[in-house]
Ligand binder design. Structure first.
Ligand SMILES: Cc1ncc(COP(=O)(O)O)c(C=O)c1O
Length: 407
């Protein structure tokens, strides 16, 4: 159980702000997510999205459980290699693939999902020169009822998509082994539409004879994590369960590949669903002031530590006070240590508060540590909890860490 005294001990040991990672929760989420899909489609695999949170301890725990890696840059690819992931277990997406890497990866057996005609033209040229079969996947883009037109992948309704499929079909050294889709919308309707559109596309390509080499269909990521009590305040958000997500996706796979003995793999690329609720961010109240009737508590952390792109949402917090229940309850905005006026971590907290109290921000596992630049202060430590064991897995960064790459 977390108490003020326990946090005081951690404060003395690790400083005024740090992340806390619960590694067992990562494993638990991985198993829950995978099982929900395995129950409906046997040949399901998770390729964990490195961009969401690439802490090596998280990635390795997932790989130990059989999870693969989804990467979108050569940096993430090299990370996966350092985590001992074999090329055959890596899925390479993203709109900016350096051509020399692209070649190295395809030859090595990485599953590459192409994103543009420039990538296809390059692959088509080097495949001819290379003289051995190249396997490629294509990221598919279609309308799933969102306001915004996605910029990723190929418009499958455009004629050029089919011209490309013909070219692949007639190329002596290229095989179409994968189809991929991902859209940035977590609500269930988007997955129902994604699954419907993929079903129509797969059936169309199957009839046209383009799927004879198909090895996998990837439905990408973008799933909400499991609903925890700490998210109760988001009562207007309808969190689908992992099984709700699995229903339309697996149904598409089962319908399209109904009469096929060796069914293609279903690949899922969750990041947030596996890590969001596995990390908290520890901060300390540094000062309290009232300005023209408004109460501010300045914290040792910043919104840049907990994903600044999530704006105007109060994350689940816990406040630990030495003087709990003493003093007058007031309304406070929790503001960050930076000089940005907008750096507000929490609005309208109502309660007792004192300097040196602690505020824990929960559900900060996705897009936090990977986004934080060394803005104003170097990055803070990360500690990992594994049952009763607490280990510092990333030390406090120093000025030297920041300056080292300047000539
Ligand atoms: C291609 C792809 N796969 C997977 C993910 C992971 O998304 P999330 O962390 O929301 O599950 C993303 C996120 O942008 C993505 O672009």
């Amino acid at each position: 159980m977390i108490t003020y005294d326990l946090l005081k001990k951690l404060n003395l040991q690790y400083g005024d702000s740090f992340y806390i990672l619960d590694i067992n929760e990562v494993k638990n989420n991985f198993n829950l997510f995978l099982t929900a899909f395995l129950n409906k489609y046997e040949n399901t695999h998770i390729a964990y999205s490195y961009k969401t949170n690439y802490i090596p301890h998280i990635c390795k725990a997932i790989h130990m459980l059989g999870g693969r890696a989804e990467v979108v840059s050569e940096m993430e690819y090299e990370m996966a290699k350092r985590n001992n992931v074999s090329d055959a277990d890596i899925f390479y997406n993203g709109p900016y693939k350096k051509f020399d890497y692209l070649h190295k990866m395809i030859v090595g057996g990485v599953h590459v999902n192409l994103d543009s005609y420039e990538e296809f033209n390059y692959v088509s040229k080097i495949a001819s020169e290379y003289g051995k079969p190249y396997s490629i996947g294509l990221r598919c883009n279609f309308d799933i009822g969102l306001d915004r037109v996605s910029r990723f992948g190929f418009d499958v309704e455009d004629e050029s998509f089919f011209i490309m499929l013909e070219k692949i079909e007639n190329h002596p050294n290229i095989k179409l082994t994968g189809l991929h889709s991902h859209f940035p919308e977590r609500r269930l309707f988007a997955f129902v539409n994604r699954a419907d559109k993929m079903k129509a596309l797969l059936l169309k390509l199957k009839r046209a004879g383009f799927l004879k080499d198909l090895e996998y269909v990837s439905f990408g990521g973008g799933f909400y994590g499991k609903k925890t009590e700490s998210l109760d305040f988001l009562s207007d958000v309808d969190f689908p369960s992992f099984s709700d997500y699995a229903e339309p996706i697996c149904s598409t796979m089962n319908i399209v590949f109904d009469n096929i003995v060796n069914k293609p793999e279903l690949i899922l690329e969750p990041g947030t669903a596996i890590v969001a609720d596995t990390m908290s961010f520890f901060t300390k109240v540094i000062s309290i002031k009232t300005v023209r009737g408004k109460n501010y508590a300045t914290l040792s952390g910043s919104t840049y530590n907990i994903n600044p792109s999530v704006k105007n949402i109060n994350r689940p917090i816990n406040v630990y006070s030495a003087q709990q229940e003493i003093g007058e309850k007031k309304e406070y905005d929790f503001v960050g240590y930076t000089c940005i006026e907008d750096d507000v971590l929490y609005r309208k907290f109502y309660g007792n508060l004192d300097v040196n109290d602690y505020v824990l921000f929960n559900n900060v596992g996705s897009y936090s540590v990977v986004f934080k630049p060394p803005f104003i202060l170097p990055n803070v430590p990360i500690i990992m909890i594994d049952n009763d064991k607490v280990t510092e897995i990333k030390r406090q960064e120093s000025l030297e860490d920041i300056l080292i790459s300047y000539n």
